[in-house]
Design a protein around this ligand. Structure first.
Ligand SMILES: [Zn+2]
Length: 759
């Protein structure tokens, strides 16, 4: 009898559940006496012995060290014992690491929680791979198994994946399949953000489903269970399979078929890079990271060749061009219609863009998706169809999982951590789909009654902003991510640790970023609940968030503050490891601005942040380290010449950009005073910048430094003298602003205050 891959994976996952149950003193259903030989081998490869035990998990980020950076200070962190859970709320709490191991009382309480869940769900679902895997993900993401910084869920998943890859595999080789679906950046629309935002959000959701479909087809055709996905989301995927020639051909076929379809559907704007890297099973143990990096590098090669393996003739064959779609600019479509069917005078758009616009209106509150070969399914809210290689696949969207038929094919539950929903009595084949998908609901009633209430539009967001009615766009990503994966873990870079690292990194962007946006209270960041329910949740819309990056729009003042919150949350989440940082860029624009222009400006600001030695933010046309923006007195960013030059100066008590803005906001100095202050500060900054022009070549000369840090003094004294009495009495403010350490920040401070005070 041929052993099914599902059974092999199930055996591993049951054994992992058994280890969890043992730790929690729970009597689980009996295990199989017979262990598959592939499972035995996989466990040997991954150091899973009969003595391996569940324990307290220390933070894997603590082990990340980049070789070309100064060694970091080492502090040991631990995971809090906290189930990933959204039973009574929309998004799970963020598990910030602890400085000391959880106490025995905390362990007891956690064991009781595990007991509770296992006694409720195991009996009827002992063969339910999805549910067992979700139990491990929920409870086993904060527990170790074997080594102290390897999570139980990651050992379970990778062991299951390796065991399945060894099954029916005569080759002694393993394939690492790496994929990257790139292109969302090409869809930054040329129409104004007012109409474009939700379409773009829809487009990014659509591409997420395309990634899911690539994964589904790989799993189906390679005959793999979902546990073989090491990572998938945000357009990226890593899957383990046997290193057979058949598998290699399957991967190649899928790549060709998808690209043929993408070429036709998106005129080459979206491309699937898919690599299948073979290596000996024996190298799984010590050389996996090398292969992971190599596969990732191969993706870049695929991208550079692009559609070369598809028939290029289709691409260049002559065709008639028509009036271009106002949204995406394609000109091969004859019949354009108004983008919004409810508004006859809206811009003319192609069918694809119209359908994305409609989808954008429906996406708010979609919680379940059914993948099916049936074209229509009862109760579906919206259906997206893919026709790949003459086979049609449909994704049906639902607001409520209860509307879905029991015998549905594959059910994807969006950001749903409730074990209850994954039971066999509901679905045969359910899996969670994690999406960074926060979006504030519109409070405005649409003029058209038939239109469903959707995401807040750009105009409404701009009105919610403090001061100027503008929309902000934030782009952010993790610095040196490739290096972190390739070299960050040094000698410890095993398959399970890498899987853990990428899982936790992507949790931040797909899971916890939602939490942050939904529950943060900007008025008082120390409390999570806002004053009134209406204020709950930021007035922003995620365009995409996943993997290691994000693109978010919203009320500009909230976008600026949210960027600081994200940075703070991310640094805390990664144990304040100096080698794991973010860079970001923000643009602030009028809603009438074409979206592509706004996106371009935020992209350039992000580039500038990367160019500033990373760990920086580009905002208001300026770029500084996050600590300078946030007013943290950390002077590591200053180079030695500057430090020497400023040596005799006392450090100011207020430092950087935001402390001054906050102080003035609190003082509420009135529009006239504020205008004068801003004007004078800008003039000072300008004098400084003009004077610095002379020293273009050598910014570190004595004279240049003098210009940078001291030239402003008389002007600042003048500016300060004209402020209201209560500000002048604030000696901290006065002396700090005059302090040379703060000289570089005048323009940023002035611009920020100016935007806040513009009515
Ligand atoms: Zn179009």
């Amino acid at each position: 009898m041929v052993t099914s891959s599902e059974k092999v994976a199930l055996q591993v996952v049951q054994q992992a559940i058994s280890a969890l149950a043992k730790w929690a003193n729970f009597a689980h259903p009996p295990l199989d006496n017979h262990e598959f030989s592939e499972v035995t081998r996989a466990k040997t490869i991954l150091d899973w012995t009969p003595e391996t035990k569940v324990g307290i998990l220390s933070l894997v980020f603590d082990s990340v060290n980049l070789p070309n950076k100064p060694p970091k200070e080492t502090t040991q962190h631990y995971h809090p014992l906290q189930v990933i859970d959204n039973d009574d709320k929309k998004y799970p709490d963020i598990p910030y690491p602890l400085n000391s191991a959880p106490t025995s009382e905390q362990q007891q309480a956690y064991k009781a929680e595990i007991n509770n869940a296992l006694s409720k769900y195991l009996k009827d679902n002992w063969e339910n791979l999805s549910l067992l895997m979700l139990i491990l993900e929920k409870f086993g993401s904060c527990l170790s198994f074997g080594e102290a910084d390897v999570a139980l869920v990651d050992i379970a998943r990778t062991t299951a994946a390796v065991a399945v890859a060894l099954l029916n595999n005569p080759t002694k080789e393993i394939s690492l399949i790496a994929g990257d679906l790139s292109g969302i950046q090409k869809f930054i629309y040329s129409i104004s953000s007012e109409g474009a935002l939700k379409s773009l959000r829809a487009r990014s959701f659509y591409l997420e489903l395309v990634t899911e479909e690539v994964v589904q087809q790989l799993l189906e055709q390679l005959n793999l269970p979902r546990t073989n996905i090491i990572y998938a989301g945000g357009g990226n995927l890593y899957i383990l399979a046997s290193g057979t020639v058949e598998n290699e051909n399957i991967v190649q076929n899928i790549r060709q078929q998808f690209n043929k379809w993408l070429l036709k559907e998106f005129e080459g704007k979206v491309f699937l890079a898919l690599d299948c890297l073979k290596f000996p099973v024996t190298e799984l143990k010590d050389k996996f990271a090398e292969h992971w990096s190599k596969a990732t590098k191969n993706l870049a090669v695929h991208k550079s060749r692009k559609f070369a393996e598809n028939k290029i003739s289709e691409f260049i064959s002559p065709r008639y061009s028509h009036e271009p779609c106002r949204v995406c600019h394609r000109d091969d479509i004859e019949n354009l219609k108004p983008l919004n069917s409810q508004e006859p005078d809206s811009v003319l758009a192609c069918g694809n863009c119209r359908s994305m616009f409609d989808l954008g209106s429906q996406l708010l509150g979609v919680t379940a998706i059914v993948r099916s070969t049936n074209e229509s399914v009862k109760n579906a809210l919206h259906t997206l169809s893919f026709k790949i290689n003459s086979r049609e696949i449909h994704y049906h969207l639902f607001k409520n999982w209860k509307q879905i038929d029991h015998d549905s094919d594959i059910v994807l539950l969006v950001n749903d951590w409730q074990l209850e929903h994954y039971q066999f009595k509901h679905f045969q084949n359910a899996a969670p789909l994690l999406l960074g998908n926060y979006g504030k609901e519109s409070k405005q009633d649409s003029e058209i009654p038939a239109e469903p209430r959707g995401f807040m539009r750009a105009g409404e967001m701009s009105e919610k902003a403090k001061g100027a009615n503008r929309v902000g766009y934030l782009r952010m990503d993790v610095d040196r991510l490739g290096q972190i994966f390739a070299k960050g873990l040094g000698k410890k870079q095993t398959l399970s640790r890498l899987a853990g690292l990428s899982r936790q990194m992507s949790y931040f962007f797909k899971v916890y970023l939602n939490t942050l946006a939904a529950y943060i209270n900007l008025k008082n960041p120390d409390t999570i609940k806002p004053d009134t329910p209406d204020e709950q949740g930021l007035n922003i819309l995620f365009i995409y968030a996943g993997g290691d990056d994000l693109f978010i729009s919203g009320a500009w003042s909230e976008i600026v503050e949210f960027a600081f919150e994200i940075y703070q949350a991310f640094r805390t989440y990664t144990g304040n490891n100096e080698h794991i940082t973010l860079s970001g860029g923000i643009s602030i624009d009028d809603i009438k601005f074409p979206l592509y222009q706004a996106a371009k400006t935020s992209g350039e600001a992000e580039e500038a942040a990367k160019g500033n030695g990373r760990d920086s933010l580009g905002l208001f046309g300026e770029v500084f380290k996050w600590d300078e923006w946030r007013g943290r007195k950390n002077f590591k960013h200053l180079d030695d010449d500057v430090k020497k030059y400023l040596d005799s100066e006392k450090l100011p008590s207020l430092f950087g950009v935001s402390p001054f803005v906050e102080r003035l906001e609190q003082q509420d100095i009135g529009v006239n005073y504020s205008r004068n202050f801003v004007r004078n500060l800008l003039i000072t900054a300008q004098i400084q910048e003009q004077a610095l022009e002379k020293f273009k070549e050598n910014k570190k000369s004595e004279e240049a430094l003098g210009t940078r840090y001291y030239l402003h003094l008389p002007k600042i004294a003048y500016t300060l003298a004209r402020l209201p009495k209560n500000v002048l009495e604030d000696s901290e403010f006065r002396t700090s602003l005059k302090n040379p350490y703060n000289a570089p920040y005048f323009r940023a401070i002035a611009t920020w205050i100016e935007l806040l005070n513009r009515g």
